[in-house]
Design a protein around this ligand. Structure first.
Ligand code: ZN
Ligand code: ZN
Length: 301
């Protein structure tokens, strides 16, 4: 058994990439400190910001909610009920979010696709082959809508390091310059869109799961049944293999990407397209009719 670096207690928790052993009592505080560092490094948040954190009921978003609250930020949750019936996914995840909000004593909002005239992701998946992209557009739309309506100036999401690295790798393989330009842990507000931050970008999936475990977070273990995108899963597996042979390489990869962008000031710009108001709902969009109103039309026709 290794010994905890901080208190000397015997422990099985060892972070290879940091060559650091921590006991289950010292581990959560260490993670919180890492997140705090990321927030400060990228100027993500101030204590007088009003934050809306998008919560799915999974380990990453619930951990983020708790960490932001512990760090003293003014934070509320937003849960979007997608109406996914498989394994009772949406009902169960909603229950986890409601119970968790009580546990950490934080307020939250619920948006239901059904109430919004969007039926459910189950229904949308029958019309849109790229279900995740339609779902992503819907989530971004309501995060923005609630933040404007309720006066939140920052939206936080629980993307972890594995998510970010996989996205970066995919964007590099495709050499998708518009996505590469926009990939950064903080996106400034503008054109009717709230500021967006990803405070967990340097917390790996394993670290996040361990945080949830050591702080007793009750989260939904099932992945979204639509998230099984074959290519990105294969990227993730191969990147994990690389990480197991070279501990720390993924953090190095991501960190270098962000640092080189910071130096060049490349991350600051959003899209160069002209922003308009959706002719139906008035939301900011680059098209005449926003993607969500379009989806609504398509499923109700
Ligand atoms: Zn300890
Ligand atoms: Zn619209």
């Amino acid at each position: 058994m290794r010994k905890c670096k901080f208190c000397g207690k015997e422990t099985g928790i060892f972070l290879r990439e940091h060559r650091l052993a921590l006991c289950e009592d010292c581990y959560p505080g260490w993670i919180e400190k890492q997140v705090d560092r990321t927030i400060k490094k990228f100027n993500m948040l101030n204590k007088d910001d009003r934050l809306l954190v998008a919560v799915s009921g999974g380990k990453d978003s619930l951990s983020l909610w708790q960490i932001l609250k512990k760090l003293g930020y003014n934070v509320s949750g937003l849960y979007i009920d997608l109406g996914i019936k498989h394994n009772n996914y949406s009902e169960l995840s909603k229950e986890k979010v409601i119970n968790f909000s009580k546990k950490i004593d934080s307020s939250f909002y619920i948006i239901s696709l059904k109430d919004e005239g969007l039926d459910s992701i189950d229904r949308i998946s029958k019309i849109y082959r790229k279900t995740c992209s339609a779902c992503g557009a819907i989530k971004r739309y309501y995060m923005n809508k609630i933040s404007v309506k309720e006066g939140f100036n920052v939206i936080a999401t629980g993307h972890n390091m594995d998510d970010e690295v996989t996205t970066l790798f995919g964007n590099l393989i495709q050499w998708d310059e518009s996505y590469l330009d926009r990939q950064f842990p903080v996106m400034p507000s503008g054109d009717g869109f709230a500021k967006k931050v990803k405070p967990l970008v340097f917390i790996s999936e394993k670290q996040s799961a361990m945080y949830a475990l050591t702080t007793g977070i009750d989260y939904i273990m099932d992945e979204c049944p639509y998230s099984k995108h074959a290519t990105s899963i294969s990227y993730k597996e191969n990147l994990n293999m690389l990480e197991s042979k070279h501990p720390g390489i993924l953090r190095f990869f991501l960190n270098n990407f962000f640092n080189s962008k910071s130096k060049k000031g490349l991350q600051i710009e959003g899209s160069k397209l002209e922003i308009k108001e959706c002719k139906i709902c008035g939301a900011p969009t680059y098209l005449d009719i926003c993607k969500v109103c379009k989806i609504k039309e398509n499923i109700n026709r």
